[in-house]
Design a protein around this ligand. Structure first.
Ligand SMILES: *Cc1c(COP(=O)(O)O)cnc(C)c1O
Length: 418
């Protein structure tokens, strides 16, 4: 027998997977970087393609038996190029972080100067944080959001670009609720002769669905994750102009990765197919409408929205006006008990550390996939406020937990077992 018999099945891990499925579908999933991927995407992810070695690219592999895999990867590439209007795509990065590191490896030399958004003002670790390889290997300088409007300040970015003469400017954010206009980044990059990389990890699905400006016509390179608003499998992707195609492909393989995850590549192709359907436009628009409704309902409950609101799928909530004692850390913990899952997040110029924080980040991609709309957003705001106001009262928390379960039962995520 090649594998253990049925009686030796790993009931421990499969039992835990059942438990996690239950957690996901009976609670509110409000983490801005998460989503519920389709049963088809999961089927491709769990397919025989996980067995295949395919180092190289379609038509140029180091192993035999890749005729089918080549077709699948070529389809994934064509679909994502069509979706974003790109010259060239690499669909092999294992994650968003791997995609970003491959771009730096392909287009920079260690020690080169780069400009990116500061982590504590909404940037990503891979945009030059000192604890990340990006900040260790390259000379990153950070820009910050404006002190009063909490939005990107292009005068500041331009000043820093003129002062530091970066080889590359990295646009893109991980906890910034506003539209990212590509034109001003391009103008600054052109003025100082820098390359422009746009990391749309969070907003790729909004861009694909026409609910956010597309940076592809402006940027030299665009990177993103496939598992956030784009609603695909966990993974990364890089789009480039023809001029940088060869350097980027070389930097992904053999530069920074070995064998690609072809089950993930196939699942990406399936997700891109789904994102090309007209219904995905409705989905992307509804994510944004839901976020706007949730932001408004939360401000009515006494919370302050960083930058005053949102244009995207997410918001950063300043807890201080609601309750000066309440931290992001405590909010995350007590909301989880009420079946509401989100993450603590620093607000700009936060007096508390990143482990404690004075804010939380909230996103609507998952609840929108479930079919929730504006009326449900008002309920969610009410449940959040009720839980946090009664955070020392287990009876109220249990009451909210029951209401959350009732709401989620009305919007079942998966009709068949996945
Ligand atoms: C999520 C994110 C990434 C990293 O993606 P992983 O798949 O977690 O590595 C990179 N950049 C931005 C802006 C992100 O939000």
């Amino acid at each position: 027998m090649p594998w253990p018999s049925e009686s030796q099945r790993d009931t421990e891990v499969f039992g835990l997977i059942d438990k996690e499925r239950e957690r996901q579908v009976t609670g509110l999933q409000l983490i801005a970087s998460e989503n519920f991927t389709s049963p088809d995407v999961m089927e491709a992810t769990g397919s025989v393609l996980t067995n295949k070695y395919a180092e190289g690219y379609p038509g140029k592999r180091y192993y035999g038996g890749n005729a089918v895999v080549d077709e699948i990867e070529a389809i994934a590439i064509e679909r994502i190029k069509q979706l974003f209007g790109a010259d060239h795509a690499n669909v092999q990065p294992h994650s968003g972080a791997s995609a970003n590191m491959a771009v730096y490896l392909g287009l920079l030399k260690p020690g080169d100067t780069v400009l990116g958004l500061s982590l504590d003002h909404g940037g990503h670790l891979t945009h030059g944080s000192p604890v990340n390889a990006s900040g260790i290997l390259y000379n990153f300088h950070s820009f910050r959001v404006g002190a009063t409007d909490e939005r990107l300040d292009f005068d500041q970015i331009r000043e820093l670009a003129i002062k530091h003469k970066p080889k590359m400017i990295v646009a893109g954010t991980t906890s910034y609720p506003r539209r990212l206009e590509p034109e001003p980044f391009r103008a600054i990059a052109d003025e100082v002769g820098a390359l422009m990389m746009f990391d749309i990890a969070h907003i790729a699905g909004l861009v694909a669905g026409g609910a956010h400006p597309n940076p592809v016509p402006y940027a030299d390179v665009v990177t993103f994750t496939t598992h956030k608003t784009l609603r695909g499998p966990r993974g990364g992707c890089i789009l480039t102009t023809a001029a940088h195609a060869a350097a980027i492909d070389k930097a992904v393989f053999p530069g920074s990765q070995g064998g690609p995850l072809q089950h993930a590549v196939a699942a990406k192709a399936v997700a891109f197919h789904e994102a090309l359907q007209p219904s995905f436009k409705d989905y992307a628009q509804q994510i944004v409408k839901n976020a706007a409704a949730l932001a408004e309902a939360l401000s009515k409950q006494g919370f302050r929205l960083v930058s005053g609101g949102t244009d995207t799928h997410m918001m950063v909530v300043d807890l201080q006006p609601f309750d000066a004692e309440l931290t992001g850390k405590e909010s995350q913990l007590v909301l989880d008990e009420a079946g509401i899952t989100l993450n603590k997040n620093n607000i700009p110029n936060d007096p508390r550390s990143p482990f404690v924080t004075s804010g939380v980040r909230i996103g609507t991609p998952s609840v929108t996939t479930q079919g929730m709309k504006e009326p449900e957003m008002a309920l969610i705001a009410e449940y959040v406020a009720q839980t946090l106001r009664n955070r020392n009262n287990p009876a109220v928390i249990a009451e909210v937990r029951a209401k959350v379960a009732t709401l989620c039962a009305k919007f079942p995520v998966y009709s068949k077992r996945v």
